[in-house]
Write a protein that binds this ligand. Structure first.
Ligand code: DSN
Length: 432
């Protein structure tokens, strides 16, 4: 009998309902995935008990021998996975990874260029309701109305006009490869640092399917739980470490500090205390999994599935931002379909298909309503679904969008979704 079942039946029931939801519905949220049972076992293991402020070999607490081993393994595996010089695996989330980079590379008030949130960026890339937009002078760039891709003429002009200290590339709803090389050229032309946020395509980068930022970007952040399929968390990397240009020296020796040292101390003690050692160990497991040859096959299948889904949607007349995808992300613009993103999300949810409403570039609706939905294939691909299932899923999406007010049709779709999901179990070992 489960310990939770014995001690807390309320939470046991809640947990089982969530297991049932994940097993019986189609998860199309582009930023979600299903970790392996090994990652989950480590995330729920004894390392959650351990305080380990500091870094391996330099902790403020005793008893850190084994968590040191786990963190070293996580860092070393991450360096091999992304072919980089420096890795910090402690950020609790992608937002904290981004905060650590901004606090290391900038002073409050400094100017930064980031992709507008409603054009596919991220809260931490300068949204006015986020610390990034409050502490720094963010100037947003956009995608072009025609292509749905970053408007590099605008980026170039903004860089020239505003002389940013940092340019951020990447985002949370950009279906195309991030154009690291073009951003590098612009950053160099104005002497800016370049940061890539690869939270979304990280697994595709690790698998060699998406170009790597390491050669072009000074610093790279990511989450670990999206296409990378690890536990929930953040990471910071640098392709090549370098001496800081801000004149920060080690107090005793006078040696100029490396940026890696500054990033480490911004993460801890700058913005975080005790690292989540159970999650760091689980990250190490996920990085080990991503180093195996079958992860490349998985990542390729994620993209093949997304491209197949995108083509099927376009054949049915749906408008996709940028007319397709290079990655796992598809952004459907519903402006012509007479339904808001909010209503489509609700109807699809009722039909057992989970997506999120999403702003589309030049959206006239608010972020709470939106004109689009974002869909993605990492989670259904982990379940083993391919083109046959995707053709069926696209038909259900289309039917649900057209019948968004018809509970009967939506619940019939849900029954069919449930039957499909039964053939693709996620965690057969879990009681539910
Ligand atoms: N919330 C994440 C996403 O859905 O893409 C970004 O942080």
């Amino acid at each position: 009998m489960s310990h939770i079942q014995k001690t807390d039946p309320d939470l046991f029931d809640i947990l089982n309902r969530e297991i049932e939801r994940e097993e019986s519905t189609l998860e199309l949220i582009a930023s979600e995935n299903f970790t392996s049972p090994a990652v989950m076992e480590m995330s729920g293991g004894v390392m959650t008990n351990k305080y380990a402020e500091g870094y391996p070999g330099k902790r403020y607490y005793g008893g850190c021998d084994h968590v040191d081993e786990a963190e070293n393994l996580a860092r070393n595996r991450l360096k091999v996975l992304f072919n980089c010089d420096y890795a910090n695996v402690q950020p609790h989330s992608g937002s904290q990874a981004n905060m650590a980079v901004l606090m290391t590379f900038l002073s409050p008030g400094d100017t930064v260029l980031g992709l507008d949130l409603s054009h596919g960026g991220h809260l931490t890339h300068g949204s006015s309701v986020n610390f990034s937009g409050k502490l720094y002078n963010f100037v947003s760039y956009h995608v072009s109305r025609e292509s749905g891709r970053v408007d590099f003429n605008e980026v170039k002009q903004l860089a020239k006009d505003h002389k940013p200290k940092l340019i951020i590339c990447g985002g949370s709803a950009y279906p195309r490869f991030i154009e690291f090389e073009q951003f590098r050229e612009i950053a160099d032309s104005v002497g800016a640092f370049l940061m890539a946020d690869i939270a979304h395509p990280a697994g595709l980068v690790a698998a060699g399917i998406h170009p790597s930022p390491m050669e072009y970007c000074d610093v790279v952040t990511s989450t670990t739980h999206k296409t990378l399929r690890g536990p929930r968390g953040g990471i910071i990397m640098m392709g090549t470490d370098f001496e800081n240009p801000w004149g920060i020296v080690a107090p005793k020796s006078g040696r100029v500090k490396k940026v890696s040292e500054l990033l480490d101390s911004t993460v801890m003690p700058g913005i975080q205390g005790g690292p989540l050692m159970h999650i760091i160990a689980a990250k190490a497991i996920a990085f080990g999994e991503a180093l195996k040859p079958d992860f490349k096959e998985y990542a390729q299948q994620v993209v093949d599935n997304a491209q197949f889904m995108a083509n099927q949607l376009m054949e049915l007349g749906y408008k996709l931002v940028s007319n397709g995808t290079d990655t796992h992300v598809i952004l459907i613009d519903l402006t012509q379909n007479n339904i808001s993103g909010k209503k489509a999300e609700l109807a699809l949810g009722f039909a057992g298909i989970t997506v999120n409403k999403n702003m589309v570039p030049f959206d006239e609706k608010s972020p709470f309503v939106t004109s689009g939905i974002r869909v993605g294939t990492p989670a259904i691909t982990t379940r083993g679904m391919g083109q046959t299932e995707i053709a069926q899923i696209v038909n259900w999406i289309d039917k649900a969008i057209h019948a968004s007010d018809n509970d009967g049709i939506l619940s019939n779709i849900k029954k069919e979704v449930n039957i499909l999901c039964e053939s693709f179990p996620i965690y057969p070992h879990l009681n539910h």
